[in-house]
Design a protein around this ligand. Structure first.
Ligand code: AMP
Length: 226
């Protein structure tokens, strides 16, 4: 199964992407994580990406598309993938169309997480990640760790991403609305988009996402079925 997960910063994309990919046994591919790996390794690409990320701007398309193309060429995506944070503009969406056409594959679904803006800043400002494993995500209000600043799962130190500060978040939201909304239109025209409310408990949102792709049960009101 090949899925895109789209949504503004703070919609819980990363949290849902990890769980959805694990549930479906497909690869979770986050361009943000790929860049952070490069930054951690001190590569030239990482240094370049970091300059843009720190400012709340998109990393240039040629860099981003190259990273995705390389990742989608690896054999571990045979069962499918869930792309998280890509494509973020129309040029990237068109590049992905070409990459998929080259490999004679196509997308199965585009999940569009929706959240009111006033909730976004609060969500992001409280987010904390584990230094040992970025997939261990906490929130000072919504899912606080048992011991302050310490990962419940592995004991790693928790930290705040430098692009999660309020001013940067506001810039990221502007970028999102200007550039990513046309991506949703691009896929909507092909009937691939399912809008999903990102409000509620992690499991509720996950149940909605699974129902949207034909897994799990959700009743007509959108309430979780299990
Ligand atoms: P994320 O972890 O998805 O919130 O991404 C963090 C940052 O990485 C973004 O604010 C961008 O600066 C950069 N980034 C991630 N994905 C992309 C993309 N598809 N295109 C350009 N920049 C990206």
């Amino acid at each position: 199964m090949r899925i895109l997960l789209i949504g503004p910063p703070g919609a819980g994309k990363g949290t849902q992407a990890v769980r959805l990919a694990a549930y479906l046994s497909i690869q979770h591919i986050s361009t943000g994580d790929l860049f952070r790996e490069h930054i951690g390794q001190g590569t030239e690409l990482g240094q370049n990406a970091h300059r843009h990320m720190r400012a709340g701007l998109l990393v240039p398309d040629e860099v981003t598309i190259g990273v995705v193309e390389e990742r989608l060429a690896r054999p571990d995506i045979e069962r499918g993938f869930l792309l998280d944070g890509f494509p973020r503009n129309l040029a990237q969406a068109k590049a992905l169309d070409l990459i998929l056409a080259d490999s004679k594959s196509q997308l199965d679904a585009v999940l569009d997480l929706e959240i009111p803006e006033d909730q976004v800043v609060r969500r992001i400002a409280g987010r904390r990640l584990c230094r040992r494993d970025r997939e261990h995500i906490f929130h000072v209000d919504y899912s606080p760790p048992k011991v302050a600043e310490t990962c419940d799962i592995c004991g790693g130190e928790l930290y705040q991403r430098d692009d999660d500060r309020e001013a940067t978040v506001r810039r990221r939201l502007e970028v999102y609305h200007g550039m990513t909304a046309p991506v949703v239109d691009h896929y909507r025209a092909r009937g691939l988009v399912t809008p999903l409310s990102a409000i509620g408990e992690v499991q509720e949102v996950l149940d909605r996402a699974l129902a949207a792709i034909g897994h799990g049960q959700v009743d007509a009101s959108g309430a979780p079925g299990r």
